[in-house]
Design a protein around this ligand. Structure first.
Ligand SMILES: Nc1ncnc2c1ncn2[C@@H]1O[C@H](COP(=O)(O)OP(=O)(O)OP(=O)(O)O)[C@@H](O)[C@H]1O
Length: 260
């Protein structure tokens, strides 16, 4: 059974201000297998976050169905962990309490929450920072807390919306490497939104290149590259060239449509 199944998904937003409808996603079907690392890649506004939010259950498709582990999605659930571009931490809680936040909502005792948080704090490399507050953390450390928080519920699926976009180049590379190690260890399914071709090629087992709005899947590309990925190797660059051409074509078509 596929871990995630999108069947004929269409999403229309009502633009109330301009009194018109906006077709954001147009008839997308896509299956993500268990333990896959799928990168959703496309230009700004092509509908990547909309697709991710429908898997998360934050948005409902106008048409079509989303299932996770065979169960139709009807809202957010503990089977899906979400990591956003900003970690959105509770500033008044220390790192460990942020990581274990969901357990607090479930009424777990403090000592049990603290124990449960430690495993994930170690996993994301934050041992020693358990009692730091968010204001005392760097951007990369905050994202680590967000990832630990998402992992803590041991979800089947981790959904990530440009989680490293705001980080500097070196921190981004470190975090990408660590994320791959965590994914290999946890054997979860990851859907990762990015507009960076390099990031998609470093991380993914497959890349779904989207069209410009309305969002469709332009091409699904399986990445048969060994890890760690050699970003200077010929096969990496063949994929990169191909994907950049697809994106360039999309941009040209969009500009022509705007002129017509
Ligand atoms: N809640 C909303 N109401 C109305 N329109 C929306 C809403 N959310 C997104 N849209 C529109 O849907 C389209 C797709 O947006 P979405 O955020 O999914 O794109 P994206 O590919 O994630 O973009 P980016 O890379 O810039 O974050 C855009 O035109 C956007 O303006």
């Amino acid at each position: 059974m596929a871990s995630i199944d999108l069947r004929n998904i269409t999403k229309i937003y009502r633009d109330a201000k301009r009194k018109r409808d906006l077709l954001a996603i147009d008839n997308v079907s896509l299956s993500v297998e268990k333990n896959e690392f799928l990168c959703l890649l496309g230009s700004s506004g092509c509908g990547k976050s909309t697709l991710l939010n429908m898997i998360a259950g934050f948005e409902k498709p106008t048409e079509g169905t989303v299932t996770v582990g065979g169960t139709p999605v009807d809202g957010p659930g503990a089977d899906r962990g979400m990591v956003f571009q900003q970690a959105n931490l509770m500033p008044w809680l220390p790192v460990w309490e942020n990581v274990a936040f969901h357990l607090r909502l479930k009424g777990w005792r403090k000592a049990d929450r603290r124990d449960a948080a430690q495993e994930y704090i170690d996993m994301v490399g934050l041992r020693g920072f358990e009692n730091h507050f968010p204001a005392e953390l760097s951007g990369g450390m905050s994202q680590r807390v967000g990832i630990a928080r998402a992992l803590l519920l041991n979800p089947q699926v981790i959904l990530m919306d440009e989680p490293f976009a705001a980080l500097d180049a070196q921190t981004k590379m470190d975090m990408q490497e660590e994320l791959v190690a965590i994914w290999q260890k946890q054997r979860c399914t990851v859907v990762f939104v990015t507009h960076s071709v390099d990031e998609a090629l470093v991380l993914g087992t497959r890349v779904a290149v989207m069209t410009s709005r309305p969002g469709r899947i332009r091409e699904l590309i399986a990445l048969d590259l060994p890890r760690p990925r050699d970003t200077t190797g010929p096969r990496f660059n063949d994929h990169k060239r191909h994907i950049l051409n697809l994106i360039r074509e999309e941009g040209m078509q969009q500009r022509q449509a705007a002129v017509a």
